[in-house]
Design a protein around this ligand. Structure first.
Ligand code: SAM
Ligand code: SF4
Length: 478
């Protein structure tokens, strides 16, 4: 595959800032979009090539409703051809909301005196993880404010604490992190604790806007944040997640910023980000945001489709910030992971706290507060195959989205069977009767599809393992 030498010959050096706002703006301003060009670019992506900044700008500048529909159709086709019907599930676990930064859009910022501050004790982490395991979760992302209390040793300690909690058949098999940037030494420590992905969102790739919204604390330093995932890579973490907070600046500019960040990591480390996140700003306690660049639902669905085509081999994460209808729509464009059963208030998985969302205790409000089972049930009804698979990471097969994309038959040999096995565990251990019935039907349909596939997957071993799961064995994977 895939990259021409020209594409990889980017002027980037590792650990050096790489965003040139004029280059991005100029690319947006000077790239013309015609129906022919849009179709050519969609085809390039369907032929499994990563798009350049200019290609992506062609898609971003297509404003005609019919062309926008063609772009969305292109994203749907890519998803169906390459990724199939799996959706991986996870949940966020907020560990501590003390914060020394002052990000105007965030309820945790230091100047918000209304915020109720809390850091979970080890015992509380254990209780939260037990409650999450009781719901069937296997993959978590731990979230922290930026504070001297939450240094690398502390983060590593909390990761170890989570991995140790086993309740019944429950266990957490992959812990990802969303926390402040660390030094190379710091990243090494959390890497050794066995984390999956380290996510850091740049928030905005527009330096002037960045300064406007980040009013104090370490996070004010745009370049330090921009190069943080370079440091993570230098420390040996090769699963990193990037993201932009949509609503701070022009969404088209931010999409190019994300593509540029991807190019940079590829040029310097030979591997792009594992995942891309695209949160939209939600209401938060004493939110200070002027809404000038608010992203409408229509533009949001457009940007997800464009991102899918622009970086066809990267995982896309969609969170409960979005409402169920939007989530349903953009899942067709190749979102690979969603959260389910999400609660943001610290301690709320284990304690029966007031079900209403409380702005002063949460970072922001979410729009999809359905339980994990409700979400799984809907996915099954819609023909998806919910998955809790963590096999690649545990077998040292990092960069699995890239392999899914580029290794012929990889999904049918590994991902689909592992999705089936982890869903089987969920059905046996946690699902109510109605979901069980739906789930086993979906599994049977997927097994039959695998049997009919041109790769001719031998499903008898998968069927044998399902039986072993029914007999009580756990954690079987390919
Ligand atoms: N404190 C760390 C940091 O800022 O990178 C990590 C955790 S922060 C709690 C996670 C992400 O939440 C931020 O990177 C930001 O993109 C997002 N976020 C903050 N305020 C938000 C809001 N009002 N609505 C939606 N997302 C928000
Ligand atoms: Fe702190 Fe992160 Fe919120 Fe900024 S976004 S105030 S760094 S928790």
């Amino acid at each position: 595959m895939i990259f021409t030498p020209e594409e990889l010959k980017i002027k980037d050096e590792s650990m050096k800032p790489f965003i040139d706002p004029e280059e991005i703006q100029e690319t947006l301003n000077s790239t013309l979009s015609s129906p022919e060009k849009v179709r050519e670019v969609i085809q390039k992506s369907l032929n499994k090539s990563r798009l350049t900044l200019e290609d992506t700008a062609v898609l971003l500048n297509a404003n005609d409703p019919e062309l926008i529909e063609e772009i969305k159709e292109g994203a749907r086709t890519l998803k169906e051809r390459v990724y199939g019907n799996r959706i991986v599930l996870f949940a966020p676990l907020y560990v501590g909301n003390k914060c020394t930064n002052n990000c105007s859009y965030c309820g945790f910022r230091v100047s918000n005196k209304e915020a109720v501050r809390k850091t979970l004790s080890d015992e509380e982490i254990e209780q939260e993880v037990e409650a999450l395991e009781d719901n069937g979760q296997k993959r978590l992302i731990l979230v922290y404010g930026e504070h001297p209390d939450y240094d690398a040793d502390y983060i590593a300690h909390t990761v170890n604490t989570v991995y140790k909690v086993k309740k019944g058949n429950g266990e957490i098999r992959r812990v990802n992190i969303n926390a402040a940037p660390l030094s190379i030494e710091g990243f090494k420590k959390v890497h050794e604790a066995g984390i999956g992905t380290y996510q850091i969102f740049q928030e905005t790739y527009h330096p002037e806007t960045y300064r406007h919204y980040h009013l104090g604390g370490k996070k004010r330093d745009f370049d330090y944040r921009l190069t943080s995932l370079d440091r993570a890579m230098e420390a040996g973490i090769d699963d990193v997640g990037i993201g932009a907070l949509f609503g701070l600046y022009d969404w088209k500019y931010e999409v190019l910023g994300l593509v540029r960040h991807t190019n940079h990591l590829e040029a310097c480390y030979g591997v792009g980000p594992h995942t891309i996140s695209f949160p939209r700003i939600q209401d938060a306690s004493t939110l200070n945001w002027n809404r000038e660049h608010i992203v409408s639902d229509e533009d949001f669905t457009r940007l997800v489709a464009i991102l899918r085509l622009a970086v066809p081999y990267t995982g896309l994460i969609l969170t409960a910030r979005e409402n169920p209808n939007i989530r349903k729509e953009v899942m067709h464009f190749g979102v690979s992971q969603i959260d389910g059963g999400t609660k943001l208030e610290l301690g709320s998985y284990s304690q029966s706290l007031n079900e209403d969302q409380n702005l002063n205790k949460e970072q922001f409000l979410i729009n999809d507060s359905r339980s994990l089972n409700e979400i799984i049930d809907e996915l099954l009804t819609d023909g998806y195959l919910p998955s809790f698979c963590t096999a690649c990471y545990r077998l040292g097969r990092t960069g699995e989205h890239f392999m899914e994309f580029s290794v012929p038959g990889f999904i049918k040999r590994y991902c689909s069977p592992n999705a089936i096995l982890t869903l089987s565990e969920y059905l046996v251990d946690y699902a109510p009767q109605e979901t069980k019935e739906k789930g086993w039907k979906v599994i049977e349909k997927n097994l039959q599809d695998l049997e009919k596939a041109k790769e001719k997957v031998n499903t008898s071993e998968i069927r044998r393992r399902i039986e072993r799961i029914k007999q009580g064995e756990r954690d079987l994977y390919f």
